[in-house]
Design a protein around this ligand. Structure first.
Ligand code: SF4
Ligand code: SF4
Ligand code: SF4
Ligand code: SF4
Length: 503
């Protein structure tokens, strides 16, 4: 042992390490020890500042930073270190090097950048995780695409994350230790080798921001559901060039999530070509399908989506009554195929007259399916439902089942506006609509998505006939299409909240 090693053993191991044995010679040193060896050659005075252990309570406030910097590089990680071994019971302490490094951070004995440089030298490039993007919406945000989480940021955090483009080392710029620790804990930032420079497509979004885009790729469909609001299909596909251009514009507008729908999107003639370029777009891609065309054989058509939502309107009897004979088993097979590929699934269900009796059993069945979301709605009177009004339950019959819905995330739920505040739909004809139900277009793709979106007139909650309803902040007036007039009450939501007519 040379004199520097002896100094580290005395200042760190003997004082801080619960595994230290005075006479033991180790063949391999842990990363905590190696860190203090490096530090003692660079800045010996800092070691002298280490206080006696008794005066310092180890809080592990920098767990994620130290785990990245020390443990991930340590020869004892998991196999040999109780602290990082998930099978180790009790509350094992880390090595003395880890504890002493925590002390330096906790008491700001060493400048953060200098610490980062010593801890994480050539491997210390810091980058936002590939599936996270920054967004300049009404305020700055980080969007985790895979987990569909939106984090609001202050300006300082936003600027720090903008600089985390994979080409800069942590030690190169000032950072807030607590903020960095939170980002590492949530897995939003990664520290490692240099990466390709990442360009964030940042500019202020329009206000209100357009966060969700329903893109109807085609109006063609292989089914003829009795409640289909689209009615008879026009057999149109949105040209691939228009799809790519609207995706690019949506991303530039700081959009978050694209819902690829139809018709049945698997009937889109250029689906293969679309899949080939999907990874280019930094948005969450959700496929909305009737599920009958998804199979293991055509996985190349759907395996790049972040989530696949299946329409399922009951168990076999209820589902097939409205969607056609033989459709239930194909949907269930499709769900299995998607699950095998590790893609999260969700289910969308319409309450109708022929699934009321089986809804309880359906709820148990869905509960066993491990779905991200079960969205439940009541059909709106439009399209083919106009010829099949006997499918429609009364609001009082349908409303109790809306409470079975689970999961789902809508970012911006606190804003005082009615439905669709951050949403629009593009049809296969290229029309831009407030949502799929409103047929008076805001504009067309020829005008541009942003130009069309800026024509939207958000419906303020204070203007609704519901303005005095005690449930307004939860209900938000329900669905504006189903409501009696654009500013009226939604009878299904009134039934759900027990609001009587004329109140
Ligand atoms: S706590 Fe364990 S894994 Fe981490 S540096 Fe110390 S010995 Fe290595
Ligand atoms: S509801 Fe969906 S699956 Fe059924 S006919 Fe309409 S577009 Fe096709
Ligand atoms: S009108 Fe109905 S369908 Fe359209 S966005 Fe509002 S809730 Fe959704
Ligand atoms: S419960 Fe009825 S009245 Fe109340 S906010 Fe909802 S739709 Fe309006």
């Amino acid at each position: 042992m040379n004199s520097r090693e002896a100094f580290v053993v005395e200042a760190v191991c003997s004082r801080y390490c619960s595994y230290y044995k005075p006479d033991r010679e180790e063949d391999t040193a842990c990363e905590g020890f190696k860190f203090f060896q490096r530090l003692s050659s660079q800045t010996p005075a800092i070691l002298a500042a280490l206080r006696p252990k008794q005066s310092y309570a180890f809080k592990d406030c920098y767990h994620h930073l130290l785990y990245h910097a020390l443990c991930k590089r340590c020869d004892f990680l998991v196999d040999g270190c109780d602290f990082t071994d998930p099978n180790c019971t009790g509350d094992p302490l880390p090595c003395g090097g880890y504890i002493a490094a925590d002390l330096l951070l906790e008491h700001s004995i060493m400048h953060e950048n200098q610490l980062a440089e010593t801890l994480i030298s050539e491997q210390g490039y810091i980058a936002l995780r590939d599936d996270c993007v920054l967004r300049h919406l009404e305020s700055p945000y980080l969007y985790d695409i895979t987990n569909d989480e939106l984090y609001e940021l202050d300006q300082q955090g936003f600027e720090f994350l903008t600089a985390c483009n994979g080409s800069r080392q942590l030690a190169e710029f000032p950072f807030n230790k607590e903020f960095l620790e939170t980002c590492l804990k949530e897995g939003l930032l990664v520290i490692g080798p240099r990466k390709d420079l990442r360009h964030f497509k940042l500019r202020p979004s329009p206000i209100p921001s357009l966060r969700y885009l329903e893109l109807q790729l085609t109006s063609r469909c292989n089914l003829k559901c009795g409640h289909c609001y689209l009615g008879e299909p026009t057999k149109r596909d949105l040209p691939l060039a228009a799809v790519l251009s609207v995706l690019e514009e949506f991303e530039q507008m700081q959009g978050l999530r694209v819902l690829f729908s139809g018709g049945e999107p698997l009937m889109y003639a250029e689906l293969r070509a679309l899949n080939a370029v999907l990874p280019r777009y930094g948005v969450r891609k959700v496929l909305l399908t009737n599920g009958t065309m998804i199979s293991r054989k055509n996985h190349a058509d759907w395996c790049l989506f972040d989530e696949i939502q299946f329409s399922l309107d009951g168990l076999q009897k209820g589902h097939e009554r409205i969607r056609g004979a033989g459709t239930f088993d194909t949907v269930v097979d499709g769900m299995d195929a998607v699950r095998e590929k590790g893609i999260p699934i969700s289910i969308a269900t319409m309450v109708h007259r022929h699934n009321l009796e089986e809804f309880e059993t359906l709820a148990k069945w869905v509960g066993d399916q491990e779905v991200l979301e079960w969205s439940i709605d009541v059909p709106c009177i439009a399209g083919r439902l106009l010829e099949n009004l006997d499918f429609l339950p009364t609001p009082e019959e349908a409303a109790p089942f809306l409470r079975y819905a689970t999961g789902g995330s809508y970012h911006g739920a606190d804003e005082p506006f009615a439905c669709g505040y951050h949403l629009c739909t593009v049809t296969p004809e290229g029309a831009v609509l407030k949502c799929g139900f409103f047929d008076k277009p805001l504009g067309s793709l020829k005008d541009g998505l942003e130009t069309s979106w800026k024509r939207i007139r958000p419906v303020s909650l204070s203007n609704l006939e519901c303005a005095s309803c005690s449930h307004l902040l939860d209900c938000k007036g329900g669905c504006r299409f189903r409501a009696e007039g654009l500013l009226g009450k939604d009878p299904v939501m009134c039934a759900l909240y027990g609001v009587m007519e004329n109140t």
